[in-house]
Design a protein around this ligand. Structure first.
Ligand SMILES: CC(C)(COP(=O)(O)OP(=O)(O)OC[C@H]1O[C@@H](n2cnc3c(N)ncnc32)[C@H](O)[C@@H]1OP(=O)(O)O)[C@@H](O)C(=O)NCCC(=O)NCCS
Length: 189
C-alpha cells in the first residue's frame, strides 16, 4: 500500500474509533500550547518511558528544542484532532534527530497520549518517520528504550525485524535499518 505524497509531508489523516480524525501536522513553535496540554494527559508511566524520568511538564527550553524543527537535522510532526468540545487537541508527536557522529543515523522519539494508545498511531508515525528519513539520506534509526517498555519493544519486534538491540544495564538501544521496516511507508515527498 502506498499513501499519498501528502502523507510524507505530514498533512494526512488517520481515522480512529468513533470517527475521530487524527491529522498529521508539522510541529513548530506555535505547537507549544498543544504540547503543554498534551503533557497533562500523559501518564507518569508513559512520561517515564518517553523521557526516562517521570515528567509532568516540560521547561521552556525543552519546548524550544522540541519545536525547533528544521526538517533536516531535526524532523518532526504532531498528531492533532478535535476534543469533545470541538477544540483542537494534540495527541501525539514523533521526532528524529540525526546523531552527531553519523548524519545517516537518527534517534527517534514517539509519544502518544495514553487514551489514544493502542489505536495504530504509533506504527503510523514510525512509517512516516521512516519515509521522511529515507528521502533525507537517513538509513538507520535508533531508539533508546527503558527495559519495561513493552509497547515500543512490541512495535519494533513486530514491524522492525531487522532491529538489533543492545543493553547497557539501564537502557536498550534499538538499531533499526530503515529498509528493514515491514510497515507500508508513505510515498516520498
Ligand atoms: C510506544 C507508543 C508510541 C506506541 O504507540 P501506540 O499508538 O500505542 O502503538 P500502536 O497502536 O500503533 O501499536 C503498534 C504496535 O505496537 C505493539 N504494541 C502496542 N501496544 C503494545 C503493548 N501494550 N504490548 C506489546 N506490544 C504492543 C503491537 O505490535 C502493535 O501492532 P499491532 O496493533 O499491529 O499488533 C506509545 O505506547 C507511547 O507513546 N508510549 C509512551 C511513550 C514511549 O514509550 N515512547 C517510546 C520512546 S522511543
Amino acid at each position: 500500500m502506498t499513501l499519498p505524497a501528502a502523507a510524507a509531508q505530514g498533512h494526512d489523516t488517520l481515522a480512529l474509533a468513533n470517527d475521530y480524525r487524527a491529522r498529521f501536522v508539522p510541529l513548530s513553535p506555535a505547537s507549544k500550547p498543544l504540547i503543554v496540554t498534551a503533557m497533562t494527559r500523559l501518564s507518569l508511566e508513559s512520561s517515564r518511558r518517553r523521557f526516562f524520568t517521570p515528567r509532568v511538564q516540560l521547561s521552556e527550553r525543552e519546548l524550544d528544542l522540541l519545536t525547533a524543527v528544521d526538517g533536516v537535522r531535526h524532523y518532526a510532526f504532531g498528531v492533532c484532532g478535535r476534543g469533545v468540545d470541538g477544540a483542537a487537541e494534540g495527541i501525539a508527536t514523533a521526532h528524529f534527530v540525526r546523531t552527531a557522529e553519523d548524519s545517516r543515523v537518527a534517534e527517534i522519539a514517539l509519544t502518544v497520549i495514553d487514551e489514544f494508545q493502542g489505536q495504530g498511531i504509533g506504527k503510523a508515525m514510525l512509517a512516516r518517520l521512516a519515509s521522511a528519513a529515507l528521502v533525507r539520506g537517513v538509513h538507520r534509526l535508533r531508539a533508546l528504550i527503558v527495559p519495561d517498555n513493552a509497547p515500543v519493544l512490541g512495535l519494533l519486534r513486530r514491524y522492525a525485524p531487522g532491529a538489533r538491540f543492545t543493553y547497557d544495564g539501564e537502557l536498550y538501544t534499538a538499531d533499526i535499518p530503515v529498509a528493514s521496516l515491514t510497515l507500508a511507508l508513505p510515498a516520498a515527498a
